[in-house]
Design a binder for this molecule. Structure first.
Ligand SMILES: Nc1ncnc2c1ncn2[C@@H]1O[C@H](COP(=O)(O)OP(=O)(O)OP(=O)(O)O)[C@@H](O)[C@H]1O
Ligand SMILES: [Mg+2]
Length: 539
């Protein structure tokens, strides 16, 4: 860049003047060409640095002391100094919000050129703040050029001279405006690129999640349709009520209960009653995977995190972002993963296996176990702090023998479902079979009942279903829960047989050889109640 075109020189002859003007124009064309080439395909992250470098060159060659470039986002928004160059010994212009110079910034934002070769003389009377500022820092000449991109004032470039004035001829202004416009256009393009990149990243992440969710759904689409949750047991009905209450909150739920009691069914019910029902509930069985794989399963992994990790994988936590995550068999989670899980529960953040980038999620957590977690905490195999985090809303799911009122209902539900699937119409369950079902202690709970009915359905010939408990019951004839449960089951069985008739000949009281009033008070004590729409055991 030549000095000739910019410095105001006194030229002796017309020829010299012409030569100087020509050299000056040439130098400018060269500068503009260089800048245009440099800025044409500058990566977004280098734009600000390069503008700063160009400003430093400009002040050096044009005899200014300071040049700044500012972004104007829109009407009423603060003007931000993006970069600035200053010669040693002069007041620097810090990046960030522009200094409070209302008249000057107002002119630039409105798209008006500000040419002040002699300060303070050239300042209008209303520029009081500006006059005070110029005096304080020793500013004597200033040029402010608003820069339009796509018809809108998007930026401004300013040049200042300190301690002595500097002429600002029209030709110089025109040229600096062209240079400034190259900067402004590059800045706007880089902002757009950045927004575009951010949008594309977001789209990519969304796509990745949808793909993973689809793969997950395809993988688990064998899920049976949710059973209608009805019950005749006061205890189970109370639990259904609690579940309906906690479902719409985003509280963490812990389902506790023996194997086969329906913990997963209840987890599904909670999700289906929550605001996340339009999304899939993501399940992880902590007992089904080796410890080495659960971590990647839960938190995802980066490509090459370990031998065999070929592709980036999204973890279940990310997949469940904005939805429900069901951690089944939580009692089996290894201790080191308990620590990682605790951190996610505390601040919602984690890193993928082999990754350094922190991922944040909002996930509603439901966990379940058939283990006694309190005992596991005492034994040191389960972290106490994690236990308290999970135990926000505990639900103790009763064993089937504690809700034997539901045995006929559930048995009949399974018969209906299977008879349809197998094409075997069944009219009713044989009375002695129902009595046996009611007397049995069901260590495998609802799952075992389903299996027993399925076996019977496979063997069924004719419309009356006979259920054999021979195999299952041999080992556990005597209920392990003591007198009360046995008494309860016995009374229920008799009530089923008498179709809930208590009094009179052949009534339940007579069969049990007690007074009807005694039976009634005992039923009350044991919480045995006949449901309103009591179907007979034959359905
Ligand atoms: N109320 C219900 N109505 C119909 N079917 C049910 C009901 N509750 C449970 N089941 C069935 O019983 C079986 C066991 O239920 P589930 O898997 O939810 O039990 P679980 O408590 O999670 O058992 P585990 O501790 O062994 O995992 C499933 O086939 C389920 O469909
Ligand atoms: Mg389960």
């Amino acid at each position: 860049m030549a000095r000739a075109w910019c410095e105001a020189k006194t030229v002796s002859s017309g020829q010299d003047e012409l030569a100087a003007a020509f050299a000056e124009r040439l130098a400018f064309e060269q500068l503009l060409g260089n800048l245009s080439a440099l800025f044409a395909d500058l990566p977004a992250e280098r734009v600000v640095d390069e503008i700063g470098r160009a400003l430093a060159q400009l002040i050096e060659h044009l005899g200014f002391h300071r040049a700044s470039f500012a972004e104007i986002r829109g009407q009423g928004e603060p003007i931000e100094v993006i970069c600035s160059a200053v010669r040693a010994g002069c007041q620097a212009m810090p990046t960030g919000p522009a200094p409070d110079l209302p008249w000057y910034l107002g002119e630039l934002a409105a798209g008006r050129l500000v040419v002040l070769p002699r300060i303070p003389e050239d300042l209008p009377p209303q520029a009081r703040v500006e006059a005070e500022y110029c005096q304080r820092v020793g500013l004597r000449s200033n040029l402010g050029i608003p820069l339009r991109v796509g018809g809108r004032v998007a930026a401004a470039i300013t040049f200042a001279a300190f301690h002595h004035t500097r002429p600002l001829p029209g030709e110089l202004v025109t040229r600096l405006k062209i240079v400034g416009e190259v900067f402004a256009q590059t800045l706007v393009r880089s902002r757009r690129d950045r927004e575009l990149t951010a949008a594309l990243t977001e789209i990519r992440q969304l796509k990745e999640r949808l793909e993973a969710e689809n793969a997950y759904l395809r993988h688990s689409c064998h899920k049976r349709s949710a059973p209608a949750l009805t019950s005749r047991s006061p205890r189970f009905n109370q639990i259904l009520g609690e579940i309906a209450q906690v479902a719409p909150t985003r509280s963490t739920v812990l389902l506790l209960g023996e194997t086969g009691t329906g913990k997963e069914v209840l987890a599904d019910a909670i999700h289906d009653l929550s605001d996340c029902r339009h999304r899939a509930m993501i399940k992880v069985n902590c007992a089904a995977l080796p410890a080495s794989l659960i971590e990647a399963e839960l938190f995802g992994r980066e490509k090459g995190a370990y031998t065999g990790a070929l592709a980036r994988q999204m973890g279940r936590f990310e997949l469940a972002d904005g939805s429900t995550l069901f951690l089944d068999e939580i009692g089996e989670l290894p201790l080191d993963l308990q620590t990682k899980l605790l951190r996610v529960l505390q601040d919602g953040s984690f890193e993928r296996v082999g990754g350094t980038h922190t991922i944040r999620v909002k996930v509603r957590l439901i966990s379940a176990t058939n283990r006694d977690l309190e005992r596991a905490v005492e034994a040191g195999s389960f972290r106490k702090d994690l236990y308290y985090r999970l135990n926000v809303f505990p639900v103790a799911v009763p064993a089937l023998r504690e809700r034997s009122e539901d045995i006929p209902l559930l048995a009949w539900e399974f018969v209906k479902e299977l008879s349809e699937a197998m094409g075997k119409p069944i009219e009713r369950i044989a009375e002695d079979s129902m009595a046996a079902l009611l007397a049995y202690s069901w260590p495998g709970n609802v799952r075992e009942l389903r299996n027993v009915i399925e076996r019977a359905m496979i063997l069924a010939r004719g419309p009356i279903l006979k259920v054999s408990l021979a195999v299952a019951s041999a080992a556990v004839k005597v209920p392990a829960d003591g007198l009360e449960a046995t008494e309860r089951a016995h009374i229920l069985r008799v009530l089923e047989q008498t179709h809930w008739r208590i009094r009179g000949a052949g009534g339940a009281a007579e069969r049990l050889a007690i007074k009807p009033t005694t039976l009634e008070s005992r039923m009350k004590r044991l919480g045995i109640k006949r449901a309103h729409s009591e179907p007979s055991s034959s359905g």
